[in-house]
Write a protein that binds this ligand. Structure first.
Ligand code: AMP
Length: 277
């Protein structure tokens, strides 16, 4: 596995990878890798791609300095994970490489980047879109794999690529879960044992809402029940909603591509999840 830390390293590695003739797939990450990240790499390998993964804890997408400071960083273990997963290149830029002081460009997506996460984390998707556009320019991948786990992020990146006609195929991959249903996340390690026991309630609330919608319960009632169940389990709901999928607009009844999305706080951890409706 090639490891690149500078633009010069990256240029040499990119030339080497493109020379293999196989399509290059990019898996952007912020490190602290778990089986969910590995599943994205496997997804890319399964499509016959050479895989490059980036590890960059992107300061621009953190609106909270404390959250950025405590974000887990495990570079040595991550490199082993990437190597074992069959990754061909690890791209590990530092902040100055990604954001040189004379940078003058930010990317603002509207549409799917409005509401939900953006209400709680203003500026978050500007950070995501800007860093992802940079990664696309740096690596020039044929495709990029993103987890459905971060459903709004996936839609934001897909819309940016469409609107800017970027020559990258954006592919969503399913959410990997713990056996009790909790979506895997780098932040789960911050849950206390007591919180960890209650965390699967988020997925359970989404599943209950889906079951209720299937019996023609109005969306407002199904979502209200979800919010109540989360409160009973000690979770503070930021939102639980039924949306149309690509545009993230709220809808009243399930339709093709519809998604139930939710975010809730448990102690100091924000949990995010979604399922097809
Ligand atoms: P992160 O390192 O949290 O920025 O995530 C990097 C990529 O991994 C994003 O595309 C996430 O959506 C994806 N991802 C995170 N958790 C999971 C999971 N449990 N299953 C599948 N993909 C995931």
């Amino acid at each position: 596995m090639l490891i690149a830390r500078t633009r010069q390293d990256l240029l040499a590695a990119r030339t080497e990878l493109h020379a293999t003739g196989k399509p290059l797939a990019l898996v952007p990450t912020m490190g602290a890798l778990h089986a969910g990240h590995v599943s994205l790499i496997e997804h890319a390998l399964g499509r016959g791609c050479t895989v490059a993964a980036s590890i960059f804890v992107n300061p621009l997408q953190f609106e909270n300095a404390g959250d950025l400071a405590r974000y887990p960083r495990h570079e040595a273990a991550d490199l082993q994970t990437l190597h074992a997963a069959g990754c061909s290149l690890a791209w590990l830029p530092d902040a100055a490489t990604m954001y040189p002081p004379d940078d003058a460009t930010l990317i603002d997506v509207a549409g799917p980047a409005l509401g939900w996460e953006a209400d709680i984390r203003p500026g978050h998707f500007r950070g995501v879109a800007t860093v992802v556009a940079k990664l696309f320019g740096q690596l020039q991948p044929a495709c990029a794999i993103f987890g459905e786990k971060d459903f709004q992020q996936l839609q934001v990146v897909a819309r940016m690529v469409r609107d800017l006609a970027l020559p990258v195929q954006v592919i969503g991959a399913p959410t990997l879960r713990e056996p009790d249903g909790l979506a895997m996340s780098s932040r789960n390690r911050f849950l206390s044992a007591h919180e960890r026991a209650r965390a699967p309630q988020l997925h359970a609330a989404l599943q209950d809402a889906r079951r209720a919608l299937a019996t023609a319960t109005p969306a407002a009632a199904a979502l209200h029940a979800g919010r109540t169940a989360l409160a009973d389990a000690g979770l503070v709901t930021d939102y639980i909603a039924l949306v149309d999928g690509p545009s993230l607009r709220p809808i009243e009844t399930p339709q093709s591509g519809a998604r139930l999305i939710a975010a809730a706080r448990l102690g100091s951890v924000r949990l995010l999840d979604n399922i097809p409706a």
